[in-house]
Write a protein that binds this ligand. Sequence first.
Ligand SMILES: Cc1cc2nc3c(=O)[nH]c(=O)nc-3n(C[C@H](O)[C@H](O)[C@H](O)COP(=O)(O)O)c2cc1C
Length: 350
Amino acid sequence: MDVDALEAAAAATLPPHVYDYFRATAGGPEVAERSTSAWSAFLHRPHVLQDTERIDTGTTVLGTPVTTPVLVAPMAQQVAADPLGERATAAAAAAAGSLIGISTNTAVPFAEVAAAGAPWWFQLYIFKDRPISEQLVDRAVEHGASAIILTVDITGLRHPSPEANYAVDPTDWPLSPAADRLVNLDPDLRERARGEGGWFARDFGFRAIEWLRERTGLPVVVKGVLRGDDARRAVDAGASAVLVSTHGARAFATSVPSARALAEVADAVGTDVEVYVDSGLRSGIDVATALALGARAVFLGRPVMWGLATGGEAGVRNVLERVHQELVTAMDLLGAPTLADLTQDLVVPA
Ligand SMILES: Cc1cc2nc3c(=O)[nH]c(=O)nc-3n(C[C@H](O)[C@H](O)[C@H](O)COP(=O)(O)O)c2cc1C
């Protein structure tokens, strides 16, 4: 799949400020380039003479069965790409046998996300005003979220690039203010989210993992981990999974790309918990590399957004199916008929 062509098609249909928000990184174009090209910095050592008559891409993520390890990353503001927003993305995920992460900043009611039929995990930012986060996770549980993704890589200001300025004041986003997007909150809390209380907290530390587990009874995925030692601490603090991520190069312009951090994290946690990865993955070959480096599943961000902007539900479905099909081809050529056959020895630095 030519993701650049899909992005160009999305750019041609979206209002410029919306496209800018979606493609923004924490720096200039070189930051996006570093995120994606890091996946091409690996080559493969294929096996021959394996029985690949049948390729099986099925697995489970925190106990939820999926028929593909290509999952959908939580992304805010999807209604700006298509009026149906996450209703369409979730329906496409359901059709593809995938799973979707739903952003704290979704503008779609959880009941409507759930009605689309895909398994879903709720992505949480912890607000300064704690009752806002509490009500969001309580509602997510009520509507069938099966895990909490705790995002920990956006705590303060990012690189001060003009494109990324949306991060500076969450009450003044270019696309929609808090009151319009936090639809899963009662009106009084939504109003509080427009003020100082709507800023992300920075003081919660690793203890937030246990707090969330206890409050929700759900497994907690820690998103934004880039170091083995932090991954270990997250696991010791009660995390059920870690998601290696640079937030699609949106968090910190000079952080290492996910592709370079993944093996260290996977080695640090071993088989104690599940490891996922996102940021910069653009093809089924990238997915095969990620799984070989130790990820159990991957999340796609912008390719899904470009599919949504250009074709709604069918557009997202097309992206998921094509990346999935590329993965199947890569597994065939690697001599790896199941996901368990995708092991680190299949990958070397280019
Ligand atoms: C437009 C947009 C909005 C996003 N919103 C969120 C969010 O609300 N919460 C979150 O944890 N990550 C968010 N992310 C980051 C994604 O979950 C994911 O980490 C990233 O998009 C993966 O990189 P990729 O876009 O290169 O595939 C957002 C990314 C984009 C592009």
